[in-house]
Design a protein. Structure first.
Length: 247
């Protein structure tokens, strides 16, 4: 009998942990997940942000890289949006993200540790979203290591957006990795669309450009408040118009 209260507590812990898992696996809202806007998804306050600089290829930027990745893989309804708050964690804005990040110290940051947890029950993102691939993990690591800044950049030279000879692997897929694969992956392809492979992308290519350009008659993507940059839209549109090649 002495052990009973602790047994009850253990049961409750298991129950609620299991419940969290079911939210991610069974919540039908997940498939049509949108990023919560109640808490404000505007990634960066450009009026008050002094760090709006020319893009440096060696820097990972919060506004254009880190935030869209977290937004498309973690901050959807049923997970870490301001309504569901799975495990009390909200990942819809910089201030909340910083609650599980130690600037400059990725290996002691809860956010980073959760990505590489060896226990699939604790590893994030949780099924049906697949674990982050090496590119995504490296991006998170680097952003935290570089100080986890609320930074943004602009390409100032007119030649910055190159759209000639677009390659699926080198130009298109990296955009999907950051902005789309949390929803459009092989294990739980939102809307039946898998944007992790050439075949899956080719199958969706007729809807692709209209969707990312937010053309009337298409479902606007990504299904969050942040539209892709004009350069990224141009790159994808150019790849399609250059023949949708497996290159
Ligand atoms: C938060 C989840 C989520 C993210 C992030 C997301 N999508 Fe989607 N996408 C969906 C869902 C759900 C549908 C199905 C919507 C429907 O049929 O109403 C969809 C549909 C689409 C469609 C079909 C649109 C149409 O009009 O038929 C395309 C193309 C698409 N997504 C591309 C993308 C691209 C490219 C990205 C990244 C730049 C992206 N999506 C990011 C969830 C997402």
């Amino acid at each position: 009998m002495r052990n009973k209260p602790s047994a009850v507590i253990l049961y409750l812990v298991i129950f609620f942990t299991a419940c969290r898992h079911e939210i991610a696996e069974l919540n039908p809202a997940f498939q049509t997940a949108t990023v919560d806007t109640a808490n404000g998804t505007k990634p960066i306050d450009t009026t008050n942000n002094p760090i709006n600089i020319t893009c440096n290829p060696d820097t990972v930027y919060f506004a254009s890289q880190f935030f869209p990745l977290i937004q498309s893989s973690c901050a959807m309804s049923g997970c870490h949006d301001a309504v569901t708050k799975a495990d009390g964690i909200v990942l819809t804005d910089y201030a909340n993200i910083m609650k599980i990040v130690r600037a400059g110290d990725p290996v002691n940051s809860k956010l980073y540790k959760s990505l590489i947890d060896s226990d699939p029950e604790d590893r994030m993102p949780m099924a049906p979203v697949p674990p982050f691939n090496q590119t995504q993990i490296a991006l998170v690591y680097k952003w935290i290591q570089q100080g986890a800044k609320n930074n943004a950049c602009t390409n100032t030279t007119s030649s910055a957006c190159v759209t000639t000879n677009m390659s699926f692997v080198n130009n298109v897929l990296p955009i999907f990795t950051i902005n789309c694969n949390g929803c459009h992956n092989a294990t739980a392809p939102a809307g039946g669309i898998n944007l992790t492979t050439f075949a899956g992308t080719k199958a969706a290519s007729a809807r692709l450009v209209g969707s990312i350009s937010h053309t009337t008659g298409y479902v606007p993507m990504p299904s969050s408040t942040t539209k892709l940059s004009a350069c990224d839209i141009n790159k994808i549109a150019s790849w399609v118009s250059q023949g949708t090649l497996n290159n």
